[in-house]
Design a protein around this ligand. Sequence first.
Ligand code: SAH
Length: 239
Amino acid sequence: MLANIRIVLVETSHPGNIGAIARAMKNMALTELYLVKPKTFPSADATARASGADDVLASAVVCDTLNEAIADCEVVMGASARDRTIGWPTLLAKQCAQQAVQDAQTNQVALVFGRENSGLTNAELDSCQYLIRIPCNKDFSSLNLAAAVQVFTYELYSEANQKAVEQVSPESEPLATSTQIEGFYQHLQETLTAIDFIQSGQSNSVMRRLRRLYSRSRLSTREVDILRGILRMSQGSKE
Ligand code: SAH
């Protein structure tokens, strides 16, 4: 199950953090590391801090965009120390692990972590169905990036070990991937613009609310096909 869970790091500045994360992952039996535009990689600092988890570093996938790193994922969770003004459904670390391990039985799952100095942007969180958070001192809530990954990977490991002895029924229909969901949002935005429900350029807040709405319902591939069929018909195409 843990093989279907990837750690995605967005624009990490300090290579030492990448190394420490590789080590934390290997300690907790995770192997899938994705790096979106790392500042310096590969690097001797990362290798030194990995302390033997060189295989995790060597197989790390370097991507240009977050969308590329999560393209084949059905479940995407964004880690943030801050509460955001618009309500993303939030899971605390333990709940995150329960959901992720359950979903990973039949899906690819991504846990996405932000930059050391500025975290994840709201646009990046738009690609996530859940915001995930480590509960801690509300007056000092930002952990070091590698420490934050360590907490989540520990919870994943504990949960997976417990799950190994439980019987869990898988989802009845395959969930849509991130690429399929993004294709649907793009199509929805085009249609809403075409029918003058939103104006191009002023559509961010409506689109963000619609993303929240749809991501709460965990769309399957079939449901995305149906929704896109409705969009096509509503624009007069019978194809
Ligand atoms: N200064 C940044 C925080 C950077 S910490 C900010 O204000 O957003 C780097 C990353 O570690 C964050 O983007 C997040 O992914 C993770 N992180 C740190 N503390 C966390 C916490 N309490 N809960 C969840 N993720 C956390």
